[in-house]
Design a protein around this ligand. Structure first.
Ligand code: SF4
Ligand code: SF4
Length: 420
């Protein structure tokens, strides 16, 4: 699909503004009623999903051009998908898909911000967006005696991802330690693992996504593994949702929280030690509402009274994400109390880091994270647990900026505290 293909969708955006808020029936308080970080911060309609749809329409009708301001607004958005969930309650325009196509057009025909360009160029050059050495990608695993694929064979591939491999090696080590303790036959690609291109893709560069996805899928298929386990919600989202657009996989993709929840159910992991803590859980957008496999859901059109167009689309989106496995794990830990934030599961507020915003506008990213910290504090929790290294980073930076004492844990750190 191209932006032009969405012309009807953009025309049918009724400017109702539901995409700015948590669906009305789900709002718990005025303080945490917004769902879109962008409109919440900038408070001008163009910064909402609906506003971006109008901008997209104006662009394909040659009513506006790729001005600096227009490009800025397109990218002051975390691509968090909250607008999709709210719009689905009233209209189902799937705004995030359309904003993605708007970004693809910006990359192809406009001049994107050099900071965003850098992410794409670095990913192509280094196979990761952090300019780190490919040779050192597997260094986090030193001393853990983990199988190296494809030289060795295993049933499960642990796809670590750039952020855990280079920025949060403890998250990778914790995951590997849990898998080892549970007796899982797994291996890693080490220096042969390449970026999933999540950030480049959401910036709108489909070329690099297609190149890397083809190569990665070929590598995965040739390994003969049954399952791929990811640490990062962004990698999970790419491998599960978007890679299937490129080629058919012969493996199953699971997030580590799903995989570990199964191991607990099978009795291979026992959570016996007390972890006396009151925590709240932050749903990563890519693990939650954005993790539903892609399927065009624009439905069949019908006309009422021969003029009013309606569609047979189900008005539910985002409800099938990975919400329960991390919660099931936390609830099994003795002594640990889980309390929910007002905006949870498909209504969760973004950590602020996604879609290039962290690099392009760190102040906006941190502001978004600070909002989440406020919401977490309102629950009385002493810590936030999440299941994505990128969210850990976003939330930790926000806490630091706010000068708060709250701690952020990646789920596996808590699991290890409770394991035998
Ligand atoms: S994108 Fe959807 S929710 Fe937002 S203004 Fe348009 S129709 Fe309304
Ligand atoms: S993707 Fe998120 S930040 Fe972007 S318009 Fe939708 S709700 Fe707002």
């Amino acid at each position: 699909m191209t932006l032009e293909d969405y012309e009807k969708e953009m025309l049918r955006c009724s400017r109702c503004s539901h995409c700015k808020w948590v669906p009305l029936s789900q709002i718990k308080s005025w303080r945490f009623a917004y769902s879109c970080p962008s409109i919440s911060k900038y408070n001008f309609h163009t910064y909402s999903a609906g506003g971006r749809l109008i901008m997209g329409l104006a662009l394909i009708k040659n009513m506006i051009d790729f001005s600096e301001k227009m490009m800025e607004i397109v990218y002051e958005c975390q691509m968090c998908g909250a607008c999709d969930v709210s719009c689905a309650f009233v209209s189902d325009r799937k705004p995030t898909e359309i904003i993605h196509e708007l970004r693809v057009k910006c990359v192809k025909e406009g001049t994107i911000n050099p900071k965003l360009k850098e992410i794409i160029e670095d990913t192509r050059k280094y196979s990761n967006p952090y300019r780190e050495s490919q040779e050192e990608r597997g260094d986090w695993a030193k001393g853990l005696n983990i199988k190296k694929l494809p030289e060795e064979k295993a049933e499960v591939l642990y796809y670590v991802g750039c952020t855990a491999a280079y920025r949060y090696p403890d998250i990778a080590r914790n995951t590997a330690t849990i898998l080892k303790k549970a007796g899982v036959d797994f291996g890693i690609l080490g220096k042969d693992e390449k970026c999933c291109t999540s950030t480049s893709f959401v910036i709108g560069d489909e070329k690099i996504f297609e190149e890397f996805a083809k190569e990665n899928i070929e590598t995965f298929n040739n390994l003969g593994v049954k399952t791929i386990v990811t640490s990062c919600a962004g990698c999970y989202h790419m491998l599960k949702v978007y890679y299937t657009r490129i080629a058919k996989p012969n493996y199953k993709v699971l997030h580590q929280s799903e995989f570990i929840a199964k191991l607990i159910k099978q009795g291979k992991i026992k959570l016996t030690r007390e972890v006396p803590m009151r925590v709240t859980y932050h749903d990563p957008c890519h693990l939650g509402r954005l993790s539903e496999p892609y399927q065009p859901s624009y439905g069949k059109e019908y006309k009422v009274l021969n003029q009013l167009v309606i569609r047979d689309v189900k008005k539910v989106y985002g409800a099938k994400g990975v919400y329960e496995p991390p919660r099931r794990i936390l609830k099994k830990i003795p002594g640990l109390q889980l309390v929910e934030m007002e905006r949870n599961r498909e209504y969760a507020w973004c950590c602020g880091s996604g879609a290039g915003v962290k690099k392009l506008n760190p102040e906006f990213a941190e502001w978004t994270g600070e909002e989440r910290i406020e919401e977490a504090k309102a629950t009385g929790a002493e810590a936030i647990v999440t299941a994505c290294p990128f969210c850990v980073r976003g939330l930790e930076d926000a806490i630091k900026k706010k000068g708060e004492k709250m701690k952020v844990y990646e789920l596996n750190e808590i699991i290890l505290k409770s394991m035998d």
